[in-house]
Write a protein that binds this ligand. Structure first.
Ligand code: CMC
Length: 375
């Protein structure tokens, strides 16, 4: 019997067809529904991009207004979910809280998350409510009361307000909008795949998004940006970049924020966020993180030939916007939930149970030993 080769980590395996997102790993291009991410980051808003991912086309003015209004109406967290968040033990991480809250949301709003090609209401609800869930949890753990709703704010402005407790400058809001656009989708990354696997069993939208949040949490995926900030805080000064990187590499440790399964050149999202890291640093008169990151890029590329990915520069931007480090990955989810839900809807529309096989490497003919005779 010839053994079928095993593609560890499903590397280079084309598992399904999708119209949502295209990555050109050699050229360093990222396309959402036909549009280059660079143009979307320059000219659009997160609401437009969410519409694009869900409906496959950019909205007209009227459609955008309708969606923006709908998202505003769907922001409130149900009382039952707030109580669930408050019951979590001290020390629960924000990602664990977010995963639990989304799972609980299914019990409080079952009609929104039913499987089927028309669950767009559930997608909108999740995009609208995630920032408020994170804010509720974060403020409560700091002994602060929930913030009053601000229906006058755009999605990005509202995210910034909910996570920092204050309205940002125009530039802060634009930086947040760009970060949300850049993180909105990324083809079959681990969390999107997890969402699609769950949806492919005809499970509901909220279960699929709960799976995705669990996958995003890991440091090899969404958790990397928080680790980048940890590293920067440990390094402190530009002259320490070189020895710290050398030490880490000598211990065969990974440098977070570098490398990518698909990109063989610089991640285009990193290129855009690099600019924003400098811009926001200049606006705040604090280029400390930007300078460290630039040096880090130089050393890691020289030593390992690796390029930065999206997670390298995002933390420095968020930090300067006043967002706590352990909310970086939840913030990734706040954006990516637009892409996750678009993929789940696409899965429902052309459903095929995702169920690969494994090559068995264990024995097959062991004699059964009764319990009382086992050593
Ligand atoms: N630091 C040091 N060495 C690295 C790194 C890194 N960040 N990334 C890859 N390598 C080395 C790795 O050790 C291996 O070397 P060798 O062949 O000598 O053992 C080689 O490069 C290939 O690595 P790999 O793990 O086979 O490559 P992959 O395609 O599975 O890795 C990755 C992709 C993102 C898991 C990896 O680059 C990594 O661990 N990066 C750090 C974590 C990170 O920044 N994650 C965010 C990814 S982008 C956003 C997202 O998906 O959420």
């Amino acid at each position: 019997m010839t053994a079928v080769p095993v593609q560890r980590g499903l590397e280079d395996v084309v598992a399904l067809e999708s119209k949502i997102c295209f990555i050109d790993g050699k050229q360093g291009r990222l396309i959402y529904e036909g549009y280059d991410i660079r143009e979307l980051a320059e000219r659009s808003t997160f609401e437009e991009v969410a519409y694009l991912l869900w409906y496959g086309r950019l909205p007209t003015e009227a459609q955008l207004e309708e969606l923006t209004e709908r998202l505003r109406q769907l922001r409130a967290v149900p009382e039952g979910v707030i109580e669930t968040l408050h019951d979590l033990p001290t020390g629960t991480t924000p990602m664990d809280a977010l995963r639990t809250a989304v799972s609980a949301l299914a019990s409080f709003e079952p009609e929104e998350g039913r499987p089927g090609a028309t669950s767009i209401g559930g997608a909108q609800r999740l995009v609208a409510v995630l920032p408020a869930i994170i804010s509720e949890f974060d403020r409560r753990r700091r002994g602060r009361s929930a913030l009053p709703e601000r229906p006058d704010l755009s999605h990005a402005a509202n995210v910034l307000y909910l996570l920092t407790g204050r309205e940002g400058s125009e530039m802060d809001v634009r930086a947040m909008d760009v970060a949300l656009i850049l993180h909105a989708d990324h083809e079959l990354n681990a969390s999107t795949f997890a969402a699609r696997v769950t949806a492919s069993t005809l499970s509901d939208l909220y279960s699929a998004i709960t799976s995705a949040i669990g996958a995003l949490k890991g440091p090899l995926h969404g958790g990397a940006n928080e680790r980048v900030m940890e590293l920067l805080r440990a390094i402190q000064t530009v002259d320490r970049v070189e020895p710290v990187v050398q030490e880490k590499l000598a211990r065969h440790e990974r440098i977070m924020g570098f490398g990518h399964r698909v990109y063989k050149v610089e991640d285009p999202r990193a290129t855009i966020l690099r600019t924003w890291s400098r811009r926001i640093g200049e606006e705040k008169g604090d280029l400390r993180w930007y300078d460290l990151l630039q040096k880090l890029c130089e050393v890691v590329h020289r030593e390992k030939g690796l390029y930065p990915n999206v997670d390298l520069f995002s933390g420095s931007v968020y930090s300067l916007l006043g967002i706590p480090d352990d909310l970086f990955t939840p913030l990734f989810a706040v954006s990516r939930v637009s892409g996750w839900t678009a993929h789940v809807l696409e899965e429902y529309a052309d459903l095929r149970l995702i169920r690969p096989t494994a090559r068995y490497t264990g024995p097959t003919d062991l004699p059964y030993v009764p319990l009382d005779r086992r050593a």
